[in-house]
Design a protein around this ligand. Sequence first.
Ligand code: F6R
Length: 589
Amino acid sequence: MCGIYGIINDKNNQAAQTVLEGLKKLEYRGYDSWGIAVIPENSIEINVDKHIGKIGEAKTNLPSGLIALGHTRWATHGGVTDSNAHPHLDCNKKIAVIHNGIVENYQEIKEELIKKCHQFVSETDTEVIAHQIEEKSKSKKINEAIFETFKLLRGSNAIAVLDFDSKTIIACRNGSPLVVGLGSSQFFLASDVPAFLKETNKVYFLNDGEAVVLSNSGVKLFDLKAEKEKALVSQVLDWKLEDAEKSGYPHFLLKEIYEQLKTIPKTTSINENEIRKLANKINSGYKVVLTGCGTASYCALATKYFFAQQGIDVQAIPSYEFMPFSKFIDKKTLVFAISQSGETADTLIAVKEAKKRGAEVVAVINARGSTLERLADTVLSVGAGPEIAVVSTKAFTSQLSTLYLLTTAVANQYGEGKIKINKLGEVLRDWLNSVLINRLIDTAKNLMDEEHMYLIGKHLNYPATLEFALKIKETSYIHAEPFAAGELKHGVITLIQKGTPCFVLASNDEIKDEVLSSAAEIKARGGLIIGVAPFESSEFDVLIKTPDLDDLTIFANIIVGQLLGYYLGVGRGADPDKPRNLAKSVTVK
Ligand code: F6R
């Protein structure tokens, strides 16, 4: 959470404006407020511009300069006010600090600094960092002052400091992501690559316990513990500029939904060796535990059903409920940690616990260079490319497709699995046409003013309803509650009134009649039944027809939820790329 972006040697001498544009690409990381600090050409101090609210189409009047550092905030400590927005300055306006994380011991540090007459203007934990560096820099070089200050901070943090005197940007990492971009003469620091992808794809992802110093002559890497410089070995990413642009779509969310036509089949051409090795381990008796948060936890649950189809019993545990069950994990357990960002705090906590118990960790991830990637013994990188919309879509389907392939490999049917996933891609391409879109837009128009809707599904379509409902809630803010179809008559049917919209997700399988019976029970109580299924039924008042793809039908059923959420959100005036109160990667507990 929180986006960080800094530049040294801006080629147009407009560093603040460049940072503003880059921050717009990181806004998915937090949009409570934004701010930029610049070292102007002819000034005796750092200039800062900061505002509450989304960055949107904002402009800044900050003066020209070669070096600037900016931030988009997802508030933790201190309300959403201009003064709490980052960057924060020291008393002399020579040091500007931005920060991603929570300084758990900021109160005690602040009390000491107040005794030393430092003046605070915000309620944030971040401001103490600027004053602590100022205090230490009275007797030490700026690098040492920053490194020592950083080591004082408790919690998971990344900081970036703009120092007026040395004209450098210095950043330290412990738990929150930071990446350096190496252009030919420009150098960048960001919490995620899209900020600078326009300029360079040559990057270095910082590890925990590392720091970087960006100056006009280049980037130096340091080991924080030893306070010694070490070699920086960069990598070149295969991401393209279009990955971080909307490419003609009105929103990233819609672009990413459509990208699934390519990203799902792409999973058949990657990870084969790793998948086969993991399948062998599972067949040799390793237990499997799947974990993740939110959408990723629904991917875990859907995978549990896919494993069950192959006769293998696995556990799917949301990472935030992992601890009570961690005692069952041992050296012969494979823990699959599913995460788009690889930075979700709850998932990382579960993984660290699993590692402590000797488990082998498999990261099923989309973003590159994450903490999870580094912690894992095996990485299944699902290759969906940068997911910019806060609401997860293409990363989810690529993770599910990758794990589906694993379940086929376990059953010695990996070749068949690949054929099915490639076929899925082809069928989705034909199905996702203007007829479907018009139907979805009409359905969205009819549902626009609803405040409650319910969803039912059974077996594989149960995790699909969980994901479908989450897409509706996140994107349109409508209360959409998913149930296992069988749950209905055990209490929740009381919620159904005349006209209550109820989605029924189904596949053309042996349990479809049971699902239709549940639909009939809702219909008998006046509910409006919207079928999302590859078949017609007299129980459906409306049908959004999905292709008949056997057990893979759930991919199409879920895509209906993604698109409906999108059109409902747009219709209700929400921002589909940046839903209220959310941030893309949840790096706090
Ligand atoms: C839903 C969504 C969240 C994330 C969850 C885990 O659209 O985006 O529920 O899935 O916060 O995030 P990752 O996958 O980055 O670990």
